[in-house]
Design a protein around this ligand. Structure first.
Ligand code: FAD
Length: 443
């Protein structure tokens, strides 16, 4: 059995490791067009901000370590074509320029996403960056060293993490967002305002409702031209979203879903026999809405990869789906969400009701307790939980979102949440945790 994996980061490496462990006789080969495999891209902003010492620290396993475990890893090898009928891929060795044809019995597409680059961002100007992989991080790091004024375009979680990182490096930062508020796709408007306030307290000049028209500069960027005037900047980071890398899938005759990502079943199988897909390039089932979604995140990629690995090696594993859980930190604030916001629920035509509770994250009399805001959303009548959003001034406090995430996967109700036997001691929560208070108001 020869298993070929395209892409060597979260999904690809999880799949390769799992397949090899499940079926030690299988020959597993990973082709990665970049130079790094098996690293935590999520840590990139923290290297820039100085909380992680080096990009090398993000690497979990080197190609040599993977080879020692019996997995054939070939970096700087790009898969440029797939012939699913013949069971072959065409591989370009980027170092030598040579092309070879490699056979497979099972093929995994774990090709990830690419950052969206609007036309205005397609430029040779120095100082203009996206952040997706370690080489992007190294290039950004080199630019940060000589820069004084940064402009981050995009108020999603990566833009916000970068704004904080660049402030930590002593740069002035302007954050531009086209929508009416930051974190617009994660939270309801009432909570977005709190995130913006924290960014401003951190010294970020946040400008929402602003559309970028172009960049200025010769050789090096000097500014960002917007419909609200020129923003001077010698460093620009573009973080306006991602799109799934599906060229190979298309070439192989693999069906894409409505989201534009690869459509798979719960075994991570595509419509083409023997061809699997996992990770950021792949759709998943939303367990609350039962719709197909494209929510590219780290745990999802690792889990899908693991499942594809087992199945390619002859086992039977199923991906249960996602509930749309996400979390990030911006300065002192932790922000988390799971399931649906009130806005999303309404847009889907659900009869939803939300309650807001502002309290302290642990016993109010405790010196270190800080404010936390929970918005809990449920279906009217049935009380079925639909989602939760949390904003907390101790950033770790919002990790309690996981309790709701676990219940959402089981179609839990507000009553189920209220009945949960949560941990309590004064340095951790109130005796009636803020989640329980919110659930009490809903059921
Ligand atoms: P990728 O990591 O994109 O890997 C795909 C690989 O495939 C790439 O290395 C690419 O070079 C390779 N490839 C593509 N096409 C070919 C080809 N034809 N031939 C050979 N190789 C190919 N997620 C979270 O859950 N929490 C976070 O806090 C978080 N923070 C993030 C911060 C940043 C800055 C970034 C960039 C991402 C963050 N993510 C976070 C997302 C998370 O990193 C991704 O979900 C995860 O990396 C996806 O893994 P993947 O293997 O599917 O894809």
């Amino acid at each position: 059995m020869r298993i070929v994996v395209v892409g060597g980061v979260a999904a690809g490496m999880s799949a390769a490791s799992r397949a090899q462990r499940f079926s030690p006789d299988a020959r597993v080969v990973v082709f990665e067009r970049g130079e790094y495999v098996s690293y935590g891209a999520c840590g990139l902003p923290y290297v820039i901000g100085g909380e992680v010492d080096s990009f090398g620290d993000l690497v979990a396993r080197t190609p040599e370590q993977m080879r020692a475990r019996g997995i054939g890893v070939r970096v700087r090898h790009e898969v440029t074509g797939v012939d699913a009928r013949a069971g072959t891929v065409t591989v370009l060795d980027r170092a030598s320029g040579r092309t070879t044809t490699e056979p497979f019995d099972r093929l995994l597409l774990a090709t990830g996403v690419s950052p969206v680059r609007p036309d205005w961002a397609r430029t040779d100007l120095e100082g203009v960056h996206v952040l997706r992989d370690i080489p992007d991080g190294e290039a950004l790091e080199a630019s940060v060293r000589g820069a004084r004024r940064a402009c981050v375009v995009g108020g999603g979680y990566i833009g916000l993490e970068l704004a904080e990182a660049l402030r930590a490096r002593g740069l002035s930062v302007v954050l531009l967002e086209k929508g009416p508020e930051v974190a617009g796709r994660m939270l309801d408007p009432q909570l977005q305002v709190q995130v913006r306030g924290e960014l401003e307290r951190g010294g970020v000049d946040v400008r929402c409702g602003v559309t970028v028209q172009g960049l200025t500069g010769r050789g090096r960027v000097t500014g960002v031209q917007t419909d609200a005037g020129l923003v001077r900047a010698d460093l620009v980071v573009v973080a306006v979203g991602v799109k799934p890398n599906v060229d190979l899938a298309r070439a192989a005759g693999v069906r894409l879903g409505k989201t534009g990502a690869v459509a798979v079943n719960a075994r991570q199988e595509t419509n083409v026999p023997g061809v699997y897909s996992a990770g950021d390039n792949t759709e998943s089932l939303h367990r609350v809405t039962r719709r197909r979604v494209h929510i590219p995140l780290g745990l999802t990629a690792n889990r899908m990869g693991r499942i594809a690995g087992v199945n390619m090696a002859g086992g039977d594993a199923r991906f249960p789906g996602v509930v749309g859980t996400g979390i990030f930190r911006t300065f002192g604030l932790g922000v988390a969400r799971t399931g649906l916001t009130q806005t999303e629920a309404q847009d889907l035509g659900l009869d939803a009701v939300s309650v807001d509770v502002t309290s302290t994250d642990h016993a109010g009399y405790h010196r270190t307790s800080r404010p936390i805001h929970v918005r809990l959303t449920a279906e009217k009548g049935s009380g079925r939980l639909l989602g939760a959003q949390l904003v907390g001034h101790n950033h770790l406090s919002v990790k309690r979102v996981d309790v709701v995430a676990a219940l959402l996967g089981r179609r839990g109700t507000a009553q189920d949440l209220f009945d949960a036997d949560l941990a309590y001691a004064p340095p951790f929560s109130g005796v009636w945790d803020v989640l329980l208070v919110a659930a009490d108001r809903l059921h």
